[in-house]
Design a protein around this ligand. Structure first.
Ligand code: PEP
Length: 253
């Protein structure tokens, strides 16, 4: 059911020192005890172990890395492997965020390799997809997002697919203050769920969490999360404020 699929994830990006991050995470935990569904903090690498400790003591709270290398190990200076995350009991990893696509040249072939590596290690990938503004303006968003999904999730077994979390994040709505309308979000989420259903069957499609991302705030969360196929959100800016993020977690509950 929709309640079972509920996830609110924060993406702190390159914000918060370790001291600030611990105060932020604990602040949210103190404001919302035992949230409906799952709450995930997507934190800078240096904070993963500490925030894991904080969330392990709080029902419903989890931690995510913001990136991960696709290879098992080796000469990749500055990178972090799935096995490292798994050993530290990190629950999730955000993969394919638009900022990594833009600044680090990630494409869906690479992201597919990362998704497989994460799943093999028992880490749940939060796969980000979404179209740029010109694509939306020419009404080609389904073609583009359809291709992203097809490539990034190709060759997954049904068992693997059942674990994946999808985040639809229209690039024109990330950090811009512009939000997709609830109708635009619903339309795309339904399209994504249908694609997954066509490939993996309706049982898997109906179990998967599809999150909306792009300028989610307390003021618009309830309406967005109220849509049939919007199972929660991936939240950037507003996840850096404990009260704002707490209000988003509680939206529509
Ligand atoms: C994001 O980075 O995933 C995001 C959705 O950012 P914001 O909420 O700030 O638009």
């Amino acid at each position: 059911s929709k309640t079972d699929r509920r996830i609110v994830a924060g993406n702190w990006k390159m914000n918060t020192t370790p001291s600030e991050g611990s105060v932020l995470a604990q602040g949210v935990i103190d404001k919302v005890a035992a949230p409906v569904g799952k709450v995930i903090f997507g934190v800078p690498a240096i904070q993963l172990v500490k925030i894991k400790q904080l969330t392990a003591a709080a029902e419903g709270y989890y931690v995510a890395a913001q990136n991960m290398h696709q290879k098992a190990d080796g000469a990749f200076t500055g990178e972090m492997s799935a096995a490292m995350l798994a050993d530290a009991r990190i629950d999730y990893v955000i993969l394919g965020h638009s900022e990594r696509r833009q600044y680090s040249g990630e494409d869906d072939t690479l992201i597919n390799a990362k998704i497989v590596a994460a799943l093999d290690a028992g880490i749940i990938p939060i796969y980000c997809c979404g179209e740029k503004l010109d694509i939306r303006e020419s009404n080609n968003q389904n073609v583009v997002v359809g291709k992203q999904i097809e490539q990034a999730l190709s060759a997954l077994s049904p068992k693997q697919m059942a674990k994946v979390v999808v985040a639809y994040e229209p690039v024109w709505a990330i950090g811009t203050g512009k939000t997709a309308s609830p109708q635009q979000a619903q339309e795309m989420h339904a399209f994504i769920r249908q694609m997954i259903s066509d490939q993996f069957g309706s049982e898997i499609a109906n179990g998967i969490s599809i999150l909306y991302g792009g300028s989610v705030k307390a003021a618009n969360a309830e309406e967005l999360f109220g849509m049939a196929d919007v199972d929660g959100g991936l939240v950037g800016g507003a996840s850096l404020d404990a009260q704002a993020f707490a209000d988003i977690i509680k939206a529509g509950q």
